[in-house]
Design a protein around this ligand. Structure first.
Ligand SMILES: [Zn+2]
Length: 381
């Protein structure tokens, strides 16, 4: 197919050679024969402020060091194809607003290359111990954190924590994006009913603890989340720094069966929670499909449309009028792309923003011509 992009949108889609006219003829052309063009993935659950700190000396928390780390993590994920990313950012306690300020600066500096959104994530919010963090969270909302988060599970009073976040989100027009294990049905029910009261969208994750509940209890909890319109972001690669201990598998299948909007994210990117985290949406989708949680198309939808919905961004389809947020990978099928996709072309707002090319050469593997198998000299993927 031919796809014409204009002003950050898909202008037209047609059979090969069918798109003509001055706008198409005068523009740059990219030959993607042999490639699969997909709606770009997005990263709905990153921790850029702690990313890339798994090895080496304790990470510096100066504004410059924070900006450098957040930028490096965002660019790494952009290279994978995530043209939109939402990062949870620690606020309060020792860090104050420094990491959030850094994330918002990086958001500005990356404009045009990637879209970065920040979730303000405090620890304790209730009682005397939480007084200062409550003030910091209010400042974060005023500063431009698009969403308020953190983990009610880690507060001595989870219900009180939720009330504070709900009130501030309503006052400042913020979405809510909370960490929860999801292994306490009463708490999940409170979160679901709170979602009904929030005007700007509620996202929860990673909810891996649902797998520890009896199946009928977990199914009822999933039904409640579906009815409340909550989006759940699963982390198939493992827990992040704010979620609990690793639970093998993800509740994606259970949630999808109940009609919950399911997204999947990378979570920890080479920090102490996961020193080998890749932050690659195709890896997250691979994990979902590989372990049978979702079929390949559903797994890709969780890291693309589902992920964009979790961030509050509009849908992308490869049809005229939709945002030109695209990923091209070599191959012909989504399953093939989830199995192996080193080479990628990433398009944001109608412009190529990163390109990765992989070439593999087989050297000396065809033997001396004495009847061994003919192997390709070169392969791409
Ligand atoms: Zn997290």
């Amino acid at each position: 197919m031919d796809v014409a992009l204009s002003a950050g949108r898909i202008a037209a889609v047609g059979t090969p050679g069918s798109l003509t006219g001055p706008a198409v003829e005068g523009g740059d052309r990219v030959d993607l024969a042999g490639w699969l063009l997909l709606p770009a993935p997005a990263e709905p659950h990153a921790h850029h402020d702690s990313a890339l700190t798994a090895t080496g000396p304790p990470p510096a928390q100066t504004p410059a060091a924070l900006r450098r780390r957040i930028t490096e993590a965002a660019l790494l994920q952009l290279g994978h194809g995530a043209t939109a990313q939402r990062t949870h950012v620690r606020i309060g306690d020792a860090v104050g607003l420094a990491a959030l300020e850094a994330a918002l600066e990086v958001r500005r500096s990356l404009r045009g290359s990637a879209e970065l959104a920040a979730v303000a994530a405090p620890r304790v919010l209730t009682g005397l111990a939480g007084a200062e963090n409550r003030a910091v969270l209010r400042d974060a909302a005023k500063m431009g954190a698009g969403a308020l988060g953190g983990s009610p599970d880690l507060d001595p009073d989870p219900a009180g924590y939720l009330d504070i976040v709900l009130e501030l989100a309503d006052e400042h027009g913020c979405a809510i994006d909370l960490h929860t294990e999801g292994d306490e049905p009463a708490r999940l029910a409170r979160l679901a009913s709170a979602a009904g009261a929030c005007r700007f969208g509620v996202t929860l994750g990673p909810c891996a603890g649902l797998l520890r509940l009896p199946p009928d209890v977990a199914a009822r909890a999933a039904d409640r989340l579906a009815a409340a319109g909550v989006t759940v972001v699963c982390l198939p690669q493992g827990p992040c720094g704010l979620s609990g201990a690793a639970v093998p598998g993800t509740p994606a299948r259970l949630l999808a069966a109940a009609g919950v909007r399911v997204a999947a994210g990378g979570g920890a990117l080479r920090d102490v929670a996961n020193p080998v985290g890749r932050g690659d949406p195709l890896e997250a989708a691979y994990q979902l499909a590989s372990h049978g949680a979702l079929r390949p198309a559903g797994a890709y939808a969780a890291v693309s449309g589902g992920a964009r919905a979790a961030i509050g961004l509009p849908e992308v389809r490869i049809e005229a009028g939709f945002p030109a947020e695209l990923l091209a990978v070599r191959g012909e099928t989504v399953a093939g792309a989830l199995s192996l996709a080193y080479s990628r072309v990433v398009i944001h707002r109608g412009r190529i923003v990163t390109r990765t090319s992989a070439v593999r050469e087989y050297c000396g593997t065809t033997g001396d011509g004495g009847g061994g198998p003919e192997l390709p000299r070169q392969a791409t993927g």
